[in-house]
Design a protein around this ligand. Structure first.
Ligand code: SF4
Length: 135
């Protein structure tokens, strides 16, 4: 059987700086774990796209929400997939108050630092999942 990939699903978060951080974090992870990590549009899942739903159910799935509404996690679960890991950017922002995203389009230095911090943690957790799989 082929190796499973990680499907990273950020919330759409289109109207909030914290949502932009979620999307940029997903891109950062995919850039760093090229070949291992991919994404699918959350909107495709919510519209019931069969290919996208199969993809998240056949692979590891990580959801990345901006806030406590947990749109990515809830919609992933509604597609029959319990995410292997779920994260909320607001929680990381509360723990790292010096890393404050400044805008919705340009998240600024603080937001970029937050992206680095969150992506580092998630990549470490992804590596741990793969290690545990080998045991
Ligand atoms: S989780 Fe929060 S930031 Fe993300 S799409 Fe939902 S309401 Fe917007």
């Amino acid at each position: 059987m082929r190796d499973k990939k990680f499907i990273i699903i950020p919330c759409s978060g289109i109207g909030k700086p914290i949502g932009t951080v979620a999307r940029e974090t997903a891109y950062e992870i995919i850039k760093q774990k090229s070949g291992t990590a991919e994404t699918v549009c959350l909107a495709l899942l919510t519209s019931g796209d069969k290919m996208a739903i199969k993809k998240i159910n056949d692979n590891y799935c990580i959801t990345l929400d901006g806030c406590a509404k947990h749109c990515a996690q809830k919609n992933t679960e509604a597609c029959g997939k319990t995410p292997d890991k779920s994260y909320m950017i607001l929680k990381f922002a509360a723990e790292n108050r010096e890393m404050k995203p400044e805008g919705m389009v340009d998240i600024g230095e603080g937001g970029r630092a937050l992206v680095k911090t969150v992506s580092k943690k998630i990549i470490s957790d992804m590596d741990e999942i793969l290690q545990n799989e080998k045991k």
